[in-house]
Design a protein around this ligand. Structure first.
Ligand code: NDP
Length: 676
């Protein structure tokens, strides 16, 4: 059998294993299948390549350009993922596990691609929040903006997700405009290397955007600056060692850590063994114990059930685990494959010995179990093991020892407060689930445990068919947790992108802010166009282009006509006495909807033209009532332009309606689709 040489991709060149290379064994057969690592790798050259070539090329592109690259990358990987499936079996993973790692990673790219296009501008500066009014007259404003860091994201990944682990960090990094150096865990780096080869083959990313270190990082972390980010996933011990290095501390190098986590799942006090939530709970627990052979950062390590239902839980979970076929992950009948390596298996058994001091093993015997289609003596196989801890209050190890395999401990609780206190004994975790059909239980759980957990997953009969599973971090939602879980945050949609950007509080005049953001803000210069803006194509319109309309009087007859016509005969418009009793109104007033209809009547150019559709209003506010006899006029300004498809783009117009005294009566953003 040939041994696969896992190369690094450094400064644009593939570098084969060399001095200091490590052997990698198959999780299934124990045979050496690959070798990786080269102590001659030039860390400084890699950093220079990322900072000097990858970063500038990425920063030239807009968020939308980079989002499109992520989508193209996802499509390419999706077409070629069979290569990754084939290789991944040797990590001990089954086909179902590949869906989590490989398809999950590709799905994450797709979500970031879509969020980048929908939630970020087609520009270079991401605006964080609204403009802050810092002066009475509106000539001095504030705006938080995010710009890409000018360094590199060094991604240190765990062995359990060689593809997802890379892509979930890469997607937000690239979208931010920052190059990455990926360092996968050595034991499964052959899968990551194959994925990087596919990405380079696709020829979508600019040179220097992604590099790979197979094996050790050398002294790379000692060469980082305040413009770099280390994103780490792995053990608490390694995280502590790396993040506390003097160079990292001295330079305030951002260090995002996702590490050990004693996740819990709580069976709600409302759930009886014959309710649908009970089965759901048992299924989720068993799935989390056996998926990836329990080597998931989010796996359920502690099963917390009402004291009088502990026995039923043990019985049901044991029965289900008993049906798990353990064996060669390539076999379709296999439900649980192997752990990643013999050393990981030893580590789990050592941790199991620690748990056994406080809990009794009630299911699964590591000395006596069947392995289908593989040699149990050679592969890193273990059976699922369930423990019961009778005194979880006095116990310590069950709350702080993460056996990173198919291992979980059941414990009883007296009431919901006690359940949450037990969940919080993990001292910070990635996820806790609560299976309950009672909204009050859900609320109390979030109030009691939210502070200790990065994610709270609730499930019941309503959501069980569509729910994504306790263990699945979703790209839309934050992944990470306080304390033992590392104190970091990843993913969470655009939040995850900003981890690779600097947030800067910018203060200045409206024109300063408009120039930086590429969008008009109230108070900035207005541009007078050569014709009515509705006659101008998307490409012709300038930011700040403004139309001031004529004024029109609002009469009592208008209000009554509108009321009769629409059926909106609310008293504030129709009943003078009642309206006067209302503290907000001087008497009968115009409908807000009448005002925005009049606004359209004032600014619209009726002839067929480049405006294709009105797609909505944002941030509509009515500021001052309009009485019969008042007159209103409108200012319509091009605030922002966003290309959407090949044929049209979205124009965001700022609309301000004022009265005869120039007081603002209504303000909103109008969205239209305009032909190029
Ligand atoms: P490690 O912390 O040993 O390794 C994680 C990553 O850090 C790997 O890429 C590893 O590379 C790298 N690394 C280790 N030492 C250094 C160093 N000095 N400088 C730079 N990089 C370094 O974790 P493992 O993957 O070996 O897993 C061990 C335990 O960690 C598990 O048993 C489990 O308890 C926990 N774990 C927790 C996870 C979670 O998300 N909660 C995920 C995975 C593991 P290399 O492989 O080359 O050593």
């Amino acid at each position: 059998m040939t041994i696969r040489e896992v190369a690094s991709f450094a400064a644009g060149e593939w570098v084969a294993p060399g001095q200091g290379a490590r052997d990698i064994a198959s999780a299934v057969t124990g045979e050496v299948i690959a070798s990786a690592g080269n102590s001659a790798l030039d860390a400084q050259a890699m950093l220079d390549h990322a900072r000097g070539t990858g970063g500038p090329a990425l920063r030239k592109l807009t968020f939308h350009d980079r989002a499109r690259m992520l989508k193209a990358l996802a499509q390419y990987l999706d077409r070629h993922k069979q290569v990754l499936y084939d290789l991944s079996f040797d990590t001990g993973a089954t086909q179902a596990d590949h869906l989590i790692d490989i398809d999950g990673g590709i799905g994450t790219l797709f979500v970031f691609a879509s969020k980048g296009r929908r939630e970020m501008p087609d520009g270079h500066v991401y605006l964080d929040g609204e403009v802050e009014q810092l002066s009475r007259g509106g000539t001095f404003l504030g705006q938080h903006v995010c710009t890409p860091l000018q360094g590199v994201g060094v991604h240190i990944n765990a062995y359990n997700f060689p593809v997802w682990g890379m892509l979930e960090k890469l997607a937000p990094t690239i979208l931010a405009g920052v190059p990455a150096i990926v360092k996968p865990a050595t034991s499964t780096c052959y899968v990551t290397e194959a994925c990087v080869r596919l990405m380079l083959e696709a020829d979508i990313l600019p040179a220097g955007a992604v590099q790979l270190v197979a094996g050790g990082l050398g002294d790379m972390l000692d060469r980082l600056t305040c413009q770099d980010v280390v994103s780490f996933t792995g053990s608490a011990e390694t995280a502590l060692k790396l993040r506390s290095a003097p160079h990292i501390l001295e330079n305030s190098v951002r260090f995002v850590a996702e590490q050990d986590s004693l996740n819990a799942s709580v069976l709600g006090p409302d759930v009886d063994p014959d309710s649908p939530e009970f089965d759901l709970f048992v299924k989720e627990v068993c799935r989390e114990m056996t998926a990836k052979a329990g080597q998931k950062c989010t796996a359920i390590r502690r099963i917390i059930a009402p004291e009088d239902r502990v026995e039923a839980v043990i019985e049901a979970v044991s029965a289900r685990l008993g049906k798990t076929t353990i064996g060669d992950p390539r076999k379709e009948t296999t439900r649980m494959g192997a752990l990643v390596s013999a050393s990981q298996k030893r580590d789990v058994l050592d941790k199991v010995a620690v748990l056994e001091r406080e809990a009794e093993r009630v299911h699964g015997d590591p000395e006596d179990f069947t392995v289908d289609g593989a040699d149990a003596g050679k592969g890193a196989f273990l059976p699922p093991m369930l423990f019961h801890c009778a005194d979880p209050d006095r116990a310590r190890r069950i709350h702080d020892t993460e056996a990173f395999g198919p291992v979980s401990t059941v414990m009883g609780y007296r009431d919901l407060d006690h359940a949450m206190a037990l969940a919080n004994r993990g001292e910070g975790s990635l996820v806790t689930s609560v299976i309950t059909h009672d909204g009050d239980v859900a609320r109390q759980a979030v109030l009691g445990a939210g502070a200790y957990h990065g994610r709270i997953y609730l499930n019941d009969r309503t959501s069980m068919k569509e729910s994504t599973g306790h263990g699945s971090p979703l790209p839309h939602m934050v992944h990470g947790g306080p304390g033992r879980a590392g104190g970091g945050e990843e993913l969470g949609g655009v939040r995850g992108v900003t981890h690779y950007m600097q947030r800067t509080a910018v203060q200045g005049s409206p024109d300063h802010l408009a120039a930086i953001a590429g969008q008009w803000v109230p108070g900035a210069a207005e541009v007078t166009g050569p014709a009515h803006p509705f006659t101008r194509r998307f490409g012709e319109l300038s930011i700040g282009e403004t139309l001031h309309t004529e004024a029109r009087e609002v009469t009592l007859a208008d209000i009554e006509h509108f009321a009769e016509f629409t059926g909106d005969t609310f008293y504030a418009h129709m009943d003078a006495k009642a309206a006067e009793r209302n503290p907000f109104f001087p008497g009968r007033v115009a409908h807000g909807y009448l005002l925005i209809s009049f606004a359209a009547g004032l600014f619209v150019e009726p002839a067929e033209g480049p405006v294709l559709a009105n797609t909505g209003l944002d941030n509509l506010r009515f500021m001052k009532p309009v009485e019969p006899g008042d007159s209103v006029k409108v200012r319509l300004t091009v605030k922002k332009k966003t290309p959407r498809t090949e044929d049209y783009g979205e124009v965001r117009w700022h609309v301000t309606m004022t009265n005869q005294d120039d007081e603002r009566v209504a303000e909103y953003d109008l969205l239209t689709m305009n032909a190029y």
